[in-house]
Design a binder for this molecule. Structure first.
Ligand SMILES: *[C@@H]1O[C@H](CO)[C@@H](O)[C@H](O)[C@H]1NC(C)=O
Ligand SMILES: *[C@@H]1O[C@H](CO)[C@@H](O)[C@H](O)[C@H]1NC(C)=O
Ligand SMILES: *[C@@H]1O[C@H](CO)[C@@H](O)[C@H](O)[C@H]1NC(C)=O
Ligand SMILES: *[C@@H]1O[C@H](CO)[C@@H](O)[C@H](O)[C@H]1NC(C)=O
Ligand SMILES: *[C@@H]1O[C@H](CO)[C@@H](O)[C@H](O)[C@H]1NC(C)=O
Ligand SMILES: *[C@@H]1O[C@H](CO)[C@@H](O)[C@H](O)[C@H]1NC(C)=O
Ligand SMILES: *[C@@H]1O[C@H](CO)[C@@H](O)[C@H](O)[C@H]1NC(C)=O
Ligand SMILES: *[C@@H]1O[C@H](CO)[C@@H](O)[C@H](O)[C@H]1NC(C)=O
Ligand SMILES: *[C@@H]1O[C@H](CO)[C@@H](O)[C@H](O)[C@H]1NC(C)=O
Length: 888
C-alpha cells in the first residue's frame, strides 16, 4: 500500500512539476514582459494563466506557448521577446503596425512551422537567420517594406510549402535554389523589384500550384519547369520583360485555369498544346510580340471565358472552331493583322458580351444574324476594311452599350433599326465610311447615348429635329457629310464646337444663315468646355452604370455568371461545396463579429442573382445570410481584375483605415474577402433600402411615403455623415440618394465611402471616374477642374436635399431640354413660379409648420447648389442650419 501511495505521489509529482517549473521559468515571465511591451488589449486583465489569453495556445501537457496569433490588433513595439517562446510552432503577427527590422532571434525558434509577418511595416533586409527554421512550412513576409535580396540561407528550408514575399522592395534575382524546394506549392513574389531570369528549374522538383510574379523586372524565358509536375493552377507573370516562346509543356497542366502573361515581350506562336489545358478559363496574353495564327485548339478549352490576344502580331483568320466555346464572354483581338470575315460562329457563342476586332484587317461583310447572341454589349469593329451594308438586324442587338464601326468601307444607309438599341450609351461611331442617305430620325430614341459620330460619310438631308430626344449627348460629330438645312436648337448641339458640323455645304448653324457652308472657324470659347466634357464623357452614361471598361475586362461579371451556372448545375443550393474559390485574403475588422462571419458563405451569396440588392456605379450589392444567422450586405466591386491584383495591398490598407472610421451616419466596411480577381466588401445589412427607393420607388405604398419630419431627420443625418467625412479629409466620389441607406429606424447611412479611397485618382481610369459621380449630381465645375472637392460634395448633397423637398428625380424629362433638377429649381422665379410650386405639395400643404420648415430647407438647398463653389456653405454649417430649422 505504502509503496503504491509513494509511487502514485511520485507519478503525480513527475507529471505536475515540469508544468509549473517550466511555465514559471520560461514562458510566464516572457509572456508578462510581452504583455507590457506590446500592450495587448485583453491580456493580463486577471490572474488567469497566459495560456487562456486571447490568441495564445499552449502545448496540451505543458504550459509552453505553442501558438501565438496576434493578427489584426493594431500593435506596435519590439517583438524580439517572442523569440524566447521556445516551443512556438505557429506565429502570426500579420496586420499590425510593427516596424523596424525582423528580429534575427526569430531564427532560434527551432519548432516554428508557420510564420506570418505580412501586412506590417517591417523594413530592412530579410534576416538570413530565418533560414535556420528547419521545420518551417509556411513563410509569409508579404506587404512590408523589406529590401535587399532573398537570403540564400533560405535554401535550407526544405519543408517549405508556401513562400509569400510579394509587395516589398526586394531586389536581385529569384535564386535558383527556389527550384530545389521540393515541397513548394505556393510562391508569390509579385510587386517587387526582382530582375534577371526566372530560375529554369523552378517548380521542377515540386508540385507548384500557384506562381505569381507579376510587376517585377523579370527577363528571359518562361521556364518549362513550372509546367513539369502538371499541378500548376494559376500562373500570373504580367508586367515583366519576359522574352522567348510560351512553352509547349503548358499542355501538361490540365488544372491550369488562369494564364496571364500580358505586357511582356514574348514571341512566337501560342502552342497547340493549349488545347490540353482543359480547365482554362482565362487566357490573357495582350501586349506581347506573339505571332502566327490563333490556334483552333483553344476550342477544346470548354470553360474558356476570356481570350485576350490584343496588341500582338497575330495573322490569319479567326478559327471557326472557337464557336463551340459556349462559355466565351470576351474575345479581344484588337491591334493584330487578322483578316477575313467577321466570324459568324463566334457570334453564336451565346454568352458573348464583348467582341473586339478593332484595328485589324478584317475585310468581309457584317453578317445579318449579327445578334444571334443575346448578351452582346460591346461590338467593336472600328479600323478594319469591312465592306457591305450595316444589316437591319443590328436592331436585334438590344443589349449593346457601345457600337464602333468607324474607319471601314461600309456602304448603304444607316439602318433606322439602330434606334431600337435603347441601351446604347457609350458610343455610336459610324465615321469614316461610305454611308449615304438620310440620318434616320429613329436615332433620336437613343436617350442614353453620350457620343454620336457619323462624320466623314456622304450622308444627306437634314439633321432630324427628333435628335433632340438624345438627351444624354455630350459629344457629336456630323462633319464632312452632305447634310443640309438648319441644325436643330438643342443644348448638346449648341455646346458643340462648330467643327462638329463643318464640311457640310448646305448646313446652317443659325437661322440667319450667316454660318452655312462648312467653313466655320473653330470656336475658341467653347473649346475648354468641350475638352472637359470629353473627359467625363468616357465615364458617364446617362443611366450611369457605366464605369467604362475600355481596356480592362468585365471579369467580375463573367466569373459570377460562370460560377452561378456551375453552382446551379452542381446543386450548391443544397449546401454542397463545389470548387470553393481560393480565398486569397480576407478580414473582419470588428472583433466581436469575427466568429459570426463566414467568408465562404459571403462568396456563395454573390453567386446567386436572387440575392442581388442593387447595382451601382461602382459595385453590385448582395444580401448574404451567414450560417450564424447574421445578415450582411456584400458589395462586389466593379473595379476589374487588374485593380484588384495590382493594387490589392493599397486597397486593403485603405479598407482597414476606413473600417476604423466610426460615425452613426456612415456605412463603414466591417471586412472584406478577396478571391481570384474579385473583391467583396462586407457591410452591415440595412433592411430599408436606399433613400432613392424611399423617395422615388413607385411601388412604395402611400402609408410608407415618408412624412416631412422623417425626411428632415434623414437630411440632417446625411449632412452629419458628410460633415464628419470632410472633417477627416475624405471627399466622397459619388453622393446620391441611391448611396444613402436606411436602417430599420430610417436612420440614414452614407455608403460608398470606400470608393473614394479605393480608386486611386493618380491612375488613368480612376482619375476619370473620380470626376464622374452620378448623373444629375455632378457639380458643374467638375467638368473644368477634373477634381473632386468638398464644395463639389456640398453641391451633390444639395441635389439630395432638393430630391427630399420635391420628390423629383435629379434628371427628369419633365424639366425640359438640358435641364436638371437644380436648374429647374433655380429657374423657377424666372418662370414665374412660387417656391410652393416646387415643393412636394403632398407635404407642404399638410400644415403651416411643415411648409415653413420646407421653405427654410429650400433656402439651404439653393445655397448648396450655387453655381460658384466658393459660395456654397461648408457641410458643418449645413448641419447647423438644418438643426436650427428643426428646433425652431
Ligand atoms: C480572465 O481569464 C478568463 C480565462 O480564464 C477569461 O475568460 C476572462 O475573460 C478574463 N477576464 C478578463 C477581465 O480579462
Ligand atoms: C492577482 O494575484 C496577485 C498575487 O499573485 C494578487 O496580489 C492580486 O490581488 C491578484 N489580482 C486579482 C485581480 O485577483
Ligand atoms: C508533452 O507532449 C509531447 C507531445 O504532445 C511529448 O512529446 C512530450 O514528451 C510531452 N512532455 C512531457 C513532459 O510529458
Ligand atoms: C528590441 O529589443 C532587443 C532586446 O530585447 C534589442 O536588442 C533590439 O535592439 C530592440 N529592437 C528595436 C527595434 O528596438
Ligand atoms: C539565439 O541564438 C543565438 C546563437 O545561438 C544566441 O546568441 C542568442 O542569444 C539566441 N537568442 C535567444 C533569444 O535565445
Ligand atoms: C500568408 O501566407 C500564408 C501561406 O500562403 C497564408 O496561409 C496566410 O493566410 C497569409 N497571410 C495573410 C495575412 O494573408
Ligand atoms: C539543386 O539541386 C540540383 C540537383 O539535386 C543540384 O545539382 C543543384 O546544385 C541544386 N542547386 C542549388 C542552387 O542548390
Ligand atoms: C469546367 O468548369 C466546371 C465548373 O467549374 C467544372 O465542373 C468542369 O470540370 C470544368 N471542365 C473542365 C474540362 O475542366
Ligand atoms: C481579304 O484579305 C485577304 C488577304 O489580303 C484576301 O486573301 C481575301 O481575298 C480578302 N477577302 C475579301 C472578301 O476581300
Amino acid at each position: 500500500m505504502a509503496f503504491l501511495f509513494w509511487f502514485s505521489l511520485l507519478l503525480v509529482g513527475f507529471l505536475w512539476r515540469p508544468q509549473l517549473v517550466v511555465a514559471q521559468q520560461n514562458d510566464q515571465s516572457t509572456m508578462l514582459a510581452l504583455e507590457k511591451e506590446l500592450v495587448v488589449s485583453g491580456w493580463g486583465l486577471n490572474n488567469s494563466s497566459y495560456c487562456s489569453w486571447v490568441g495564445v495556445r499552449c502545448r496540451s501537457n505543458l504550459s509552453m506557448v505553442e501558438e501565438l496569433d496576434l493578427s489584426y490588433r493594431q500593435l506596435r513595439g519590439n517583438v524580439t521577446l517572442i523569440s524566447e517562446l521556445k516551443a512556438l510552432k505557429k506565429l502570426d503577427l500579420s496586420y499590425n503596425n510593427f516596424h523596424g527590422a525582423i528580429p534575427t532571434d526569430f531564427g532560434n525558434l527551432s519548432e516554428l512551422e508557420f510564420l506570418d509577418l505580412s501586412w506590417n511595416n517591417f523594413g530592412n533586409l530579410i534576416p538570413p537567420e530565418l533560414g535556420s527554421l528547419r521545420n518551417l512550412r509556411s513563410l509569409n513576409l508579404s506587404n512590408n517594406r523589406l529590401t535587399g535580396k532573398i537570403p540564400d540561407e533560405f535554401q535550407r528550408l526544405e519543408r517549405l510549402q508556401d513562400l509569400q514575399i510579394s509587395g516589398n522592395k526586394l531586389t536581385g534575382s529569384i535564386p535558383s535554389w527556389v527550384g530545389n524546394l521540393t515541397n513548394l506549392r505556393v510562391f508569390t513574389a509579385y510587386e517587387n523589384e526582382l530582375g534577371d531570369k526566372i530560375p529554369e528549374n523552378l517548380g521542377s522538383a515540386s508540385e507548384l500550384r500557384l506562381l505569381n510574379l507579376h510587376s517585377n523586372e523579370l527577363e528571359g524565358p518562361i521556364p518549362k519547369s513550372i509546367f513539369a509536375s502538371g499541378k500548376l493552377e494559376i500562373l500570373v507573370l504580367t508586367m515583366n520583360k519576359l522574352t522567348g516562346n510560351f512553352p509547349e509543356l503548358v499542355g501538361n497542366c490540365k488544372g491550369l485555369s488562369n494564364i496571364r502573361i500580358g505586357n511582356n515581350r514574348l514571341i512566337g506562336n501560342i502552342p497547340k498544346t493549349i488545347g490540353n489545358v482543359s480547365s482554362l478559363t482565362y487566357f490573357e496574353a495582350d501586349n506581347n510580340n506573339l505571332s502566327g495564327e490563333i490556334v483552333p485548339e483553344f476550342s477544346r478549352c470548354v470553360n474558356l471565358t476570356l481570350l485576350n490576344l490584343a496588341s500582338n502580331g497575330f495573322k490569319g483568320t479567326i478559327p471557326q472552331e472557337l464557336g463551340v466555346l459556349i462559355n466565351l464572354q470576351e474575345l479581344i483581338v484588337s491591334g493584330n493583322s487578322l483578316f477575313g470575315d467577321i466570324p459568324k460562329s463566334i457570334l453564336r457563342c451565346k454568352n458573348l458580351s464583348k467582341l473586339d476586332l478593332s484595328n485589324n484587317r478584317f475585310n468581309g461583310t457584317i453578317p445579318e444574324d449579327l445578334c444571334y447572341t443575346p448578351r452582346l454589349q460591346f461590338l467593336l469593329l472600328g479600323q478594319n476594311s469591312i465592306k457591305g451594308e450595316i444589316p437591319h438586324e443590328i436592331g436585334n442587338c438590344v443589349k449593346l452599350l457601345e457600337l464602333q464601326m468607324g474607319s471601314n468601307y461600309l456602304t448603304g444607309s444607316i439602318p433606322p433599326e439602330i434606334g431600337r438599341i435603347k441601351n446604347l450609351q457609350i458610343a455610336l461611331n459610324l465615321s469614316f465610311n461610305h454611308l449615304h442617305g438620310p440620318l434616320p430620325s429613329e436615332l433620336g430614341k437613343l436617350d442614353k447615348l453620350v457620343s454620336l459620330d457619323v462624320s466623314n460619310n456622304q450622308l444627306s438631308g437634314n439633321i432630324p429635329s427628333a435628335f433632340k430626344g438624345m438627351m444624354s449627348l455630350i459629344e457629336v460629330n456630323f462633319s464632312n457629310n452632305l447634310l443640309t438645312g438648319l441644325v436643330p436648337t438643342f443644348g448638346p448641339f449648341q455646346k458643340s464646337p462648330n467643327s462638329s458640323f463643318s464640311g457640310n455645304k448646305g448646313l446652317c448653324i443659325n437661322p440667319l444663315g450667316s454660318s452655312c457652308g462648312g467653313s466655320f472657324s473653330p470656336d475658341h470659347e467653347d473649346y475648354h468646355h468641350r475638352v472637359s466634357y470629353k473627359i467625363i464623357l468616357a465615364v458617364i452614361g446617362s443611366g450611369l452604370t457605366v464605369f467604362i471598361m475600355v481596356t480592362i475586362v468585365v471579369l467580375l461579371f463573367m466569373m459570377r455568371e460562370k460560377q452561378e451556372k456551375a453552382a446551379k448545375a452542381a446543386g450548391i443550393a443544397e449546401g454542397e461545396t463545389v470548387n470553393p474559390p481560393l480565398i486569397i485574403a480576407g478580414n473582419v475588422f470588428v472583433e466581436n463579429l469575427r466568429q459570426a462571419i463566414d467568408f465562404d458563405a459571403a462568396v456563395k451569396a454573390t453567386l446567386k442573382d436572387s440575392n442581388k440588392l442593387s447595382n451601382g456605379t461602382f459595385s453590385t450589392v448582395y444580401k448574404a445570410v451567414m450560417p450564424s444567422g447574421l445578415i450582411l450586405s456584400v458589395k462586389r466591386l466593379k473595379c476589374m481584375d487588374r485593380t484588384v491584383i495590382n493594387h490589392q495591398n493599397k486597397m486593403i490598407r485603405e479598407l482597414e483605415r476606413l473600417g476604423k472610421l466610426c460615425h452613426d451616419n456612415l456605412v463603414r466596411p466591417i471586412g472584406f474577402v478577396i478571391y481570384e480577381d474579385v473583391a467583396l466588401l462586407l457591410h452591415q445589412f440595412l433592411p430599408n433600402g436606399t433613400l432613392a427607393q424611399l423617395l422615388h420607388d413607385s411601388t412604395t405604398k402611400p402609408e410608407f411615403e415618408p412624412d416631412w419630419p422623417t425626411r428632415l431627420s434623414i437630411a440632417i443625418g446625411v449632412a452629419e455623415g458628410l460633415a464628419f467625412l470632410h472633417h477627416v479629409a475624405i471627399i466622397h466620389l459619388d453622393i446620391s440618394s441611391g448611396n444613402v441607406l436606411l436602417d430599420a429606424n430610417f436612420k440614414p447611412l452614407v455608403g460608398e465611402i470606400e470608393i473614394s479611397k479605393l480608386l486611386d485618382p493618380s491612375r488613368g481610369t480612376a482619375s476619370i471616374s473620380a470626376v464622374a459621380g452620378s448623373f444629375g449630381y455632378i457639380p458643374p465645375e467638375y467638368a473644368y477642374t477634373m477634381q473632386v472637392t468638398a464644395p463639389g460634395n456640398v453641391y451633390s448633397y444639395g441635389v439630395v436635399l432638393l430630391e427630399i423637398l420635391t420628390t423629383r428625380l435629379p434628371v427628369e424629362e419633365a424639366f425640359g431640354e438640358a435641364m436638371d433638377l437644380v436648374k429647374w429649381v433655380h429657374s423657377a422665379p424666372a418662370r414665374g413660379e412660387t417656391p410652393e410650386q416646387i415643393l412636394d405639395a403632398r407635404l407642404s400643404t399638410v400644415s403651416f409648420a411643415w411648409r415653413k420648415e420646407m421653405l427654410a430647407v429650400l433656402v439651404v438647398a439653393l445655397q448648396c447648389t450655387d453655381g460658384t463653389p466658393a459660395k456654397r456653405p461648408k457641410m458643418k454649417k449645413v448641419v447647423e442650419m438644418l438643426q436650427e430649422i428643426k428646433q425652431s
